[in-house]
Design a protein around this ligand. Structure first.
Ligand SMILES: *[C@@H]1O[C@H](CO)[C@@H](O)[C@H](O)[C@H]1NC(C)=O
Ligand SMILES: *[C@@H]1O[C@H](CO)[C@@H](O)[C@H](O)[C@H]1NC(C)=O
Ligand SMILES: *[C@@H]1O[C@H](CO)[C@@H](O)[C@H](O)[C@H]1NC(C)=O
Length: 165
C-alpha cells in the first residue's frame, strides 16, 4: 500500500466523525507523521542518473541521458518527460518554469528493470553544430499523476554541464 492510499484509508473514518476530527490530538500527531512520509515519498519519483553536474558534452558526439525510477512509496501514473538543455549567462541559468531551451525529447517514459542500476531508461542524443558552447543546464521535466487521488504533478531535476565544440 502506498503512502497516499494509507493516508486516505486512515483519515476517512476520522473525517466522517467531526467530533473526533476536531478534538483528537492524536489525530493531528498522526497526520503530521503521515505528511512527512508522503513528503519523502514525493521526493523519490524520478532521478537524473546522467548527465551529472560537471559533465562535458561535446557537439557532434553521442551522450547518454539516464532517467532513473527509484524505489518509491508514492503511487505514480506516468504521463511523460521532457529532456532539454539551455545555455547559462554569467553564471545564471534560466529556471525550468521560465525557459527550457533546446528540447531534445518530449514524450513517454518507459523505464525497465536492469540487472545493474535498477529501473531506468537511457536516451542517446547529439547536440547539433549550431549549439552555443559554454556553461549550460540540462533539465529533466517529469509529468505524472500522483497518489490515490490522484493529483497532477510536475517536477524537475537538473545537471550543470558544459557544452564544448
Ligand atoms: C550515436 O547514437 C545513434 C542513435 O542512438 C546510434 O545509431 C549511433 O551508432 C551512435 N554513434 C556512436 C558513435 O556511438
Ligand atoms: C537545479 O536544481 C537545483 C537543486 O534541485 C536547484 O537548486 C536549482 O535551482 C536548479 N537550477 C535550475 C536552473 O533549474
Ligand atoms: C545507461 O546509461 C548509464 C549512464 O551512462 C550507463 O551506466 C548504463 O550502462 C546504460 N545502460 C545500458 C543498458 O546501456
Amino acid at each position: 500500500m502506498d503512502a497516499f492510499t494509507l493516508l486516505r484509508y486512515s483519515i476517512t473514518p476520522l473525517l466522517q466523525d467531526p467530533h473526533i476530527f476536531k478534538s483528537s490530538m492524536k489525530f493531528y500527531a498522526f497526520v503530521t507523521v503521515l505528511a512527512a512520509i508522503v513528503a519523502s515519498a514525493l521526493g523519490q519519483t524520478i532521478e537524473l542518473g546522467s548527465p551529472q553536474n560537471g559533465d562535458v558534452l561535446t557537439i557532434g558526439k553521442n551522450f547518454t541521458v539516464q532517467v532513473v525510477q527509484p524505489d518509491s512509496l508514492a503511487s505514480v501514473i506516468q504521463i511523460g518527460i521532457a529532456l532539454s538543455i539551455d545555455n547559462c549567462n554569467n553564471g545564471v541559468c534560466p529556471q525550468p518554469t521560465e525557459q527550457l531551451g533546446n528540447v531534445l525529447y518530449a514524450g513517454p517514459w518507459t523505464p525497465t528493470g536492469h540487472a545493474q542500476g535498477g529501473f531506468y531508461q537511457n536516451f542517446t542524443f547529439q547536440l547539433d553544430q549550431y549549439s552555443t558552447t559554454g556553461p549550460a543546464v540540462f533539465t529533466l521535466s517529469h509529468f505524472c499523476l500522483l497518489g490515490a487521488g490522484p493529483v497532477p504533478f510536475t517536477e524537475f531535476r537538473n545537471a550543470s554541464v558544459t557544452i564544448q565544440s
